[in-house]
Design a protein around this ligand. Structure first.
Ligand code: ADP
Length: 171
């Protein structure tokens, strides 16, 4: 039984994440999408909301399970009897951070491998951050996220159509 863990904040899940989940599900017996607590990132959605959105968007995919975790990822992977971690690479800009993370995880636990996957080319520009920004500014995010996420974004951001204090990606 080959198990792979796909960890992330998923704040919220996008079609890019979903593309990777589907690819991984074709290669492994079991894919666990592990939604990280990660308070440092001040997520828009709570952990439970993020977990539920992944769950209802992956319902049709056999062998895919959704879970939440906190603490060290490699320890979580070992507890789940997983062999590998999946991470996504969209562009060179992802590489440096992902490379550091993968090598650190290897130092922490030699037997857990990190595998990188590329999404379909039309999703390489997609990120949760950009999706939240478009939604906040009243744009249509339906080409970029599953229907449940579009609805959740709309109700979460209703009445707060203002860029975040950190500035908008559009100006
Ligand atoms: P993080 O785990 O860094 O908080 P995310 O939850 O956004 O980030 O993403 C989890 C993983 O999915 C990361 O490896 C990230 O590079 C990857 N990822 C994010 N968006 C996409 C996308 N559009 N296509 C492929 N991989 C992606």
């Amino acid at each position: 039984m080959r198990t792979v863990i796909y960890p992330g904040s998923f704040d919220p899940l996008t079609n890019g994440h979903l593309d990777l989940i589907e690819r991984a599900a074709r290669l492994f017996d079991r894919v666990i999408v592990a939604v990280a607590e990660n308070d440092a990132k001040q997520p828009l959605f709570t952990l439970e909301e993020r977990r539920r959105l992944v769950e209802c968007s992956t319902r049709g995919l056999p062998h895919v399970r959704v879970d939440t975790f906190e603490g060290l990822l490699v320890e979580y992977v070992v507890r789940q009897k997983g062999q590998a971690i999946i991470r996504g690479l969209r562009a060179v800009s992802d590489f440096e951070f992902e490379f550091q993370l993968a090598l650190m995880n290897r130092k922490l636990c030699e037997k857990v491998e990190t595998l990188f996957m590329m999404p379909k080319d039309t999703y390489t520009f997609l990120s949760s951050r950009v999706v939240k920004e478009i939604s906040r500014l009243g744009g249509d995010v339906s080409p970029f996220v599953p229907p449940a996420v579009r609805k959740a974004l709309r109700s979460k951001l209703r009445g707060r159509r203002h860029p975040t204090p950190g500035g908008s990606v559009w100006h």
